[in-house]
Design a binder for this molecule. Structure first.
Ligand SMILES: NC(=O)C1=CN([C@@H]2O[C@H](COP(=O)(O)OP(=O)(O)OC[C@H]3O[C@@H](n4cnc5c(N)ncnc54)[C@H](OP(=O)(O)O)[C@@H]3O)[C@@H](O)[C@H]2O)C=CC1
Ligand SMILES: Nc1nc(O)c(N)c(N[C@@H]2O[C@H](COP(=O)(O)O)[C@@H](O)[C@H]2O)n1
Length: 220
């Protein structure tokens, strides 16, 4: 199967949480880390999130630096990467910030048509999977559309599915200097969890940024 190079970028607290018990977005990264995230976005062909993140954070997923956008254009790339949502039942709100040119919503064949109609003016719809978005199928589709480097910005359930399916090559984790706590607060990877065989990572780099640490891991 042809698929893009896939990497996750996530910020977590010192206790491994990526947001609060009520799934409220928490600013974990400092200024330096956010600049690094913008550079990673600018160096990607597409950025993907799960619909849980859209509903919780309403992210824009744009490249914020004008200089980085211009640089992309000078290199003959689209000014910004595609923005992709894994959203089996088309729950993305019609006023979500992620919508607009360059946005693709991946849905399953079970997604209600009336919801798709509300979204169509703001995005391209990609159908794959019967009940749930078929992630390997989506990867192949993205590859066929020219996506070679895919950045995943969460959340916890999407991270789980991608890792479980062996679709992740690299993970950047920024560990910020705060404690969030809460057994129901999302962590970097949720889902049912592994039981017997645990994916192994090899550490590529460690860097101090703001009041935290950036770890770069490669997946075997
Ligand atoms: N600190 C950080 O770096 C980040 C933090 N976050 C936080 O994470 C939280 C959101 O995480 P979470 O609730 O887990 O949501 P996700 O963003 O991981 O979205 C999960 C949803 O995606 C949909 N989906 C579609 N296809 C698949 C698939 N094959 N596998 C898995 N999911 C699929 C499912 O909904 P459906 O069945 O309807 O399709 C699922 O419930 C928020 O609180 C947000 O603030 C998020 C990103 C980064
Ligand atoms: N890198 C990083 N640091 C944090 O502290 C965060 N809370 C997040 N969250 C992710 O960033 C998305 C917001 O993107 P926009 O600024 O709206 O473009 C959010 O949805 C999470 O994926 N990331």
């Amino acid at each position: 199967m042809n698929r893009p190079f896939v990497f996750i970028n996530s910020a977590m607290s010192a206790d491994g949480k990526i947001s609060s018990r009520d799934r409220r977005q928490i600013r974990i990264s400092g200024k330096e880390d956010l600049m690094r995230v913008d550079e990673l976005r600018a160096a990607s062909d597409a950025i993907m999130v799960g619909v849980g993140t859209v509903l919780a954070d309403d992210p824009g997923l744009r490249v914020k630096s004008r200089i980085l956008r211009e640089k992309r254009k000078d290199m003959g790339q689209l000014k910004e990467p595609f923005r992709i949502v894994a959203d089996s039942n088309a729950r993305t709100p019609a006023n979500a910030k992620i919508l607009g040119p360059g946005c693709m919503i991946a849905v399953s064949y079970s997604a209600p048509e009336e919801r798709l109609d509300r979204l169509r003016s703001g995005c391209e719809i990609i159908k794959c999977g019967t009940e749930m978005v078929d992630l390997p199928g989506l990867m192949e589709e993205l590859y066929n559309r020219g996506v070679r480097r895919l950045m995943v910005e969460g959340g916890a359930r999407l991270n789980w599915s991608l890792i479980e399916l062996g679709l992740v090559d690299e993970i950047y984790i920024y560990i910020g200097g705060l404690i969030i706590g809460g057994e129901r607060a999302p962590s970097l990877v949720d889902g049912p969890g592994f039981r017997n065989s645990f994916p192994r990572l090899s550490l590529q780099s460690v860097q101090r940024l703001d009041e935290g640490l950036l770890l770069q891991w490669e997946l075997h």
